[in-house]
Design a binder for this molecule. Structure first.
Ligand SMILES: [Zn+2]
Length: 103
């Protein structure tokens, strides 16, 4: 019997395991820029999170991306990411970034 394995990643915000297609990758490039990586192939340190706007807003509040990428993100960078997440809209509309028990 063949079992097709769907690659899964852990959301840095809610710690849930999800298939990669429900997630987006945020990358810190070698130049130190933090940006959304929709191709999933950009160089640098990457972090996966749920593709919803809610997920990004929670990341901003908890500074999840700062921790995952080991860098201090300014609120301008989070604002920029929030705009990009908002544009993703429908594609990730069904993805829920659930509250975790961290705080
Ligand atoms: Zn999540």
């Amino acid at each position: 019997m063949k079992v097709r394995k769907v690659p899964q990643r852990k959301c840095i915000v809610c710690q849930k395991m999800l298939s990669k297609k429900e997630m987006v990758r945020v990358v810190r490039t070698p130049e130190g820029e933090v940006e959304l990586d929709l191709s999933g192939k950009k160089n640098g340190r990457g972090a996966y999170m749920c593709g919803s706007l809610e997920s990004l807003r929670r990341a901003k509040k908890q500074k999840s991306l700062d921790r995952a990428l080991k860098v201090n993100l300014s609120s301008e960078v989070y604002d920029k990411l929030e705009e990009q997440f908002a544009l993703l809209g429908e594609k990730f509309a069904a993805v829920e970034c659930e509250r975790n028990h961290e705080s």
